[in-house]
Design a protein around this ligand. Structure first.
Ligand code: NAP
Length: 484
């Protein structure tokens, strides 16, 4: 059986070779639960990135010519390898990211499911034939891989966010240069170890760690890179969009969210509470689809608040490695400070603490699961992502008001609502300006459905039958002179 340290690779992967940074520099990787250094990774820059891009471009020549069946086989083997090493990979993930082991195991399974999905989709990149307006010509539409893909990923899902990019890239015949978040690089480098184990050709997957500015700058400006796929904050996404515009690259952007969670008077209370707990506190509130604002209708408000606060008090804060923990630490001190700033802003504007509301007695980066009442739209979290375990509850009166408040944000990633009225289910889901809508469900991500935001939450879709489109170029071929 493998151990987490088997996957802790302290080098970058360029063209099939594990190496250090050119200047020998390293970055520390810290366990957010203990504050201890668990290893180092190379502090690479533009030169290493150029070499990785060159390696990916060289590998593309052969890899893009392989059959879909061969690529499907590689991806299937990769998903099996993830599942075979699920415990070790989950422990590595928890050690660098902090989430409870059960969530880390679920993340590895999610990644395996995405890879398996794209193994299946690899064989379905169908084209078209189109009835020709000319008697002597025929029209074909084919799909071909875009080329070298630059993939930049965040720290909150350090393994599965890369699965969503490696899966469609390899399925379509693209090669990849990946740059994970500096706080959680090991889960990404582990993809390199797995890729070697299952025989992914050298240069098809390259993984760099180091300066975001230098690596991102090279990835977005290098002519050999034909696509940038990014998951992370809206601010960095906007910057990468601007940079990628110079060389007119294809882009996919999975950016920030500000998910509303609406509870109507006719909701199933128990179900709404369970959904709110899952949608708010998973990964300590640090997911892009986490509930940021709970809007509860006046008739059910007090009962919901009481039941939700009671369920929140059952959350167990602690190290992700400890049995029974359901809320791990926040990623760093800045994240804790941000949560504190959101809280003091809300308290100054009239919010009241129902439960939690301070750093956890464990100290360090641990924060209590917190429920606030009397939230209003002047408070910071009405606009901005909390990315922490604070659940602000707003009261509303009418359906129109709830939809208006839910849509009153520049974000449009995920929204949730609870009602048992069939008409309302259609009315509200059609009016919500969000890419993902959970009706009577708080966790809806699956590899078979399209994941992606509207407005400033992003461009493009990951997963599902739509997930390959961003990695494929559509080509129209007109065959004439047929003498018909
Ligand atoms: P972030 O600060 O935007 O960082 C994301 C990645 O971008 C990291 O690898 C980071 O590298 C890199 N980066 C930062 N500055 C860069 C630059 N100038 N050029 C190129 N790369 C750069 O986001 P985060 O704090 O890691 O993640 C949290 C955010 O991601 C939240 O807003 C969340 O909503 C969003 N997110 C969205 C989705 C989705 O699917 N829509 C999923 C998960 C997370 P360093 O770590 O080296 O700085």
């Amino acid at each position: 059986m493998s151990s987490w340290s088997d996957f802790r690779r302290e080098q970058i992967l360029v063209g099939g070779r594990w190496t250090s940074a050119d200047n020998g520099g390293t970055l520390d990787v810290i366990d957010p639960a203990s504050g201890e250094i668990i290893g180092t990774v190379p502090d690479a820059g533009a030169a290493e990135t150029r070499r990785a891009i060159d390696a990916a471009a060289a590998a593309f020549v052969g890899f893009s010519q392989t059959t879909a069946a061969a690529r499907a086989r590689i991806l299937r083997d990769l998903s099996t390898a993830l599942r075979d090493n699920q415990d070790a990979l989950a422990e590595l993930l928890t050690r660098e990211q902090g989430k409870p082991l059960a969530e880390a195991r679920a993340e590895i399974e999610t990644g395996a499911a995405y890879i398996q999905w794209f193994a299946e989709e690899a064989r379905r990149t169908y084209g078209d034939t189109i009835p020709s307006p000319w008697a002597d010509r025929r029209i074909m539409v084919t799909k071909s891989p875009v080329g070298v893909v630059g993939a930049i990923t965040p720290w909150n899902f350090p393994s599965s966010m890369l699965a969503r990019k490696i899966g469609p890239a390899l399925a379509s015949g693209c090669t990849v240069v990946a740059k994970p978040a500096s706080q959680t690089p090991f889960s990404a480098l582990a993809w390199g170890v797995l890729a070697e184990q299952v025989g992914v050709p050298a240069g098809v997957i390259n993984i760099l760690t180091g300066s975001a500015h230098a690596i991102g700058g090279e990835l977005t400006s290098n002519l050999l890179v034909r696509k940038i796929t990014f998951t992370g904050s809206t601010d960095v996404g906007k910057l990468l969009l601007k940079q990628a515009a110079e060389t007119v690259k294809k882009v996919s952007m999975e950016l920030g969210g500000n998910a509303p969670f609406l509870v109507f008077d006719d909701a199933d209370l128990e179900r709404a509470v369970a959904g709110a707990i899952a949608a708010k506190f998973r990964n300590a509130g640090q997911t892009c689809v986490c509930t940021n604002r709970l809007y509860v209708q006046a008739g059910i408000h007090d009962r919901f608040l009481e039941a939700f606060a009671a369920a929140t008090r059952n959350i167990v804060v602690g190290s992700g490695l400890e049995r029974g923990t359901t809320l791990g630490p926040l990623i760093d001190e800045a994240a804790v400070a941000k949560v504190e700033a959101f809280l003091s802003d809300a308290l100054a504007k009239g919010a009241s603490i129902i439960t939690g509301g301070r750093r956890h007695s464990t100290g360090g980066r641990f924060y209590e699961a917190t429920v606030l009442a009397n939230a209003n739209s002047t408070m910071h979290f009405a606009r901005d992502e909390i990315f922490g375990p604070i659940a602000p509850v707003f009261k509303f009166e009418t359906e129109d008001e709830a939809v208006r408040l839910a849509n009153d944000t520049q974000y449009g990633l995920a929204a949730y609502f609870y009602t048992q009225d069939l008409g309302r289910i259609f009315r509200v889901s059609e009016r919500l300006q969000y890419g993902l809508v959970g009706v009577n469900e708080g966790l809806i991500t699956t590899e078979v459905a399209p994941f992606g935001g509207l407005k400033e939450s992003g461009v493009g879709k990951e997963g599902s039958k739509y997930g390959l489109d961003d990695y494929l170029d559509v080509k129209y071929v007109c065959v004439g002179g047929l003498g018909l």
